[in-house]
Write a protein that binds this ligand. Structure first.
Ligand SMILES: [Fe+2]
Ligand SMILES: [Fe+2]
Length: 162
């Protein structure tokens, strides 16, 4: 992603991450475990990097916008923690899948159920950021501050190999 001029544009990064998760689910649906596992662990790494960059760079600027109902910094960090915990459980469940097990298909369905809960949490959280956090940052930071912070944020979220 080239450096945008406003924070609201960062919503595109959420869509990219969601796409990566869907690719993992497509592989799982096709019972291609090696690919499903590889895509899930890539997603987890990229999501973790995204959340860490938000906590290190974006959330510290949020208090400048004053208290916003539904957008306290600890609300975002609490959701980050819950997302990472649930994602770790999803990954454990995917790692534990055993194609020769008699209940293999049921076990895959259970993974989809768990991942559905994760997706709801992730969607809700991303929406909260797109509704409150990003517009708040756009309103309190001047053009130069936005440019510097957005560049730093993208540099930190970009995968090392890209
Ligand atoms: Fe976040
Ligand atoms: Fe985010």
């Amino acid at each position: 992603m080239s450096v945008p001029s406003d924070f609201v544009s960062l919503g595109a990064l959420h869509r990219e991450l969601e796409e990566l998760f869907l690719l993992h689910q497509e592989a799982l649906m096709g019972m291609d475990l090696p690919v499903a596992r590889e895509r899930l662990s890539r997603y987890r790494k990229e999501l973790t990097r995204h959340l860490e960059a938000e906590e290190a760079l974006l959330l510290p600027e949020l208090p400048r916008a004053g208290r916003i109902r539904g957008a306290a910094p600890e609300l975002f960090t609490g959701e980050h923690q819950r997302m990472l915990e649930l994602l770790a459980k999803c990954q454990d469940a995917v790692d534990a899948l055993e194609p020769s097990a008699p209940d293999y298909r049921r076990a895959v369905l259970r993974v989809f159920d768990m991942e559905s809960t994760f997706k709801h949490l992730e969607h809700h959280h991303s929406l909260r950021e797109e509704t409150y956090l990003f517009p708040a940052l756009d309103s309190v930071l001047d053009a130069t501050e936005r440019q510097v912070l957005l560049a730093a944020f993208l540099a930190r979220t970009e995968p090392p190999s890209r």
